[in-house]
Design a protein around this ligand. Structure first.
Ligand code: NAI
Length: 332
């Protein structure tokens, strides 16, 4: 039995985390939950968005599953996700892009991952006004972070039986920064002779994703390109509402849905737990529980494929609880 830190979060967070708990229990997943909280509920109780008890728990367990959290507007509060990424050095953001039968998509057979470097590039925030009307931002790329994310992508490919890693860059124009990124990932590739490597210029990649997305297996890229391509990927498979996310570091990993806390439907049994369930599948894969991950993913897939067992946001009839029961009854 492995222990995972569970953050119910705000808004619909508690409803969709209950759904994951019920599915894990029915699937006999070898996971024990250590429940703690972050976000607005935690703030009202403790005066801080990220209480020490959560920080201690994640440091102890090394793996977390998080419902969406509400960052209070005003008062200078920093986003919890940004704080978490920095505090736990979560340098890799991983998005599975897989389409499910029954969900709107222009394509069939999409099944790849986008691995995004999360700690540097233009998002480092090194920006200046160098004169009135003239601003400058610095793109920071290091060999160390580029090799680290490259290794992450290849390790993911090995673990999940993937065949190819595509490095996405713009080294034809940014010869030093993107050139360094590309060279660093290529250097790492030498340690993984069974996985093929190719590379693609980012603008072409955007076009290929929306014309021939089936060609991709694992994409590895820098922070800014990864941010944009991840959302194109979410659009390809039916929108942000079902997109799963992961932020992974050397010692800790946090899995969560991409959508927010949806306060407009809180407590109404209307929340679709699919994105968090798919995040929990990524979490099980990360923990090496591949068989349980596959069983849960297959059950979600079967449930979504049937128009009678979809939630209302996807044009179906079911509430959160009924959808959860349908997933459980599809478990093999
Ligand atoms: P949102 O994603 O919460 O909601 C946008 C729309 O999608 C709403 O109509 C909502 O009802 C619907 N929706 C979202 N998730 C759904 C689900 N699972 N099932 C059915 N319908 C769903 O985005 P919004 O309104 O911009 O943000 C609300 C709050 O969430 C804000 O406080 C924001 O800071 C926070 N947020 C938190 C995130 C996180 O913790 N990772 C990510 C994005 C926003």
């Amino acid at each position: 039995m492995k222990t995972v830190t569970l953050v119910p979060g705000d808004g619909i967070g508690p409803e969709i985390t209950e759904s994951v708990k019920a599915v894990f229990k029915a699937a006999n997943a070898p996971i024990a939950w250590e429940e703690t909280d972050c976000g607005l509920n935690a703030y009202e109780r403790t005066g801080t968005l990220m209480p020490q008890e959560f920080i201690d728990s994640l440091n102890r367990t090394g793996v977390g599953l998080k419902g969406p959290t509400t960052t209070p507007i005003g008062g200078g509060h920093r986003s919890i996700n940004v704080q978490m990424r920095q505090m736990f050095n979560l340098y890799a953001s991983v998005r599975p892009i897989k389409n499910f039968k029954g969900l709107k998509s222009f394509f069939e057979g999409i099944d790849f991952f986008i691995v995004r470097e999360n700690s540097e590039d233009l998002y480092k925030g090194i920006e200046y006004m160098i004169a009135p009307g003239v601003a400058q931002g610095i793109k920071l790329i290091t060999a160390e972070a580029s090799e680290r994310i490259g290794r992450h992508a290849f390790e993911l490919a090995v673990k999940l039986g993937r065949k190819k890693v595509t490095v996405v860059h713009k080294a034809n124009i940014m010869k030093y920064t993107d050139g360094l990124f590309l060279d660093s990932v290529r250097k790492v590739a030498a340690d993984y002779p069974t996985i093929a490597i190719d590379d693609m210029i980012v603008d072409n990649c955007g076009m290929q994703m929306v014309t021939r997305p089936q060609q991709f297996d694992v994409i590895v890229t820098e922070n800014l390109y990864g941010d944009i391509l991840s959302d194109i990927g979410a659009g390809l498979i039916g929108g942000l509402g079902i997109a799963a996310g992961a932020n992974i570091g050397e010692h800790c990993a946090m899995f969560e849905a991409v959508h927010g806390s949806a306060p407009d439907i809180q407590g109404k049994n209307l929340a679709n737990p699919t994105a968090l369930l798919l995040s929990s599948v990524s979490m099980l894969e990360y923990m090496g529980e591949l068989e349980t991950a596959r069983r849960i993913q297959d059950a979600v897939s079967v449930t979504l494929a049937n128009a009678d067992t979809r939630t209302k946001d996807l044009g179906g009839k079911l509430g959160t609880k009924e959808f959860t029961a349908a997933v459980i009854s599809s478990l093999k």
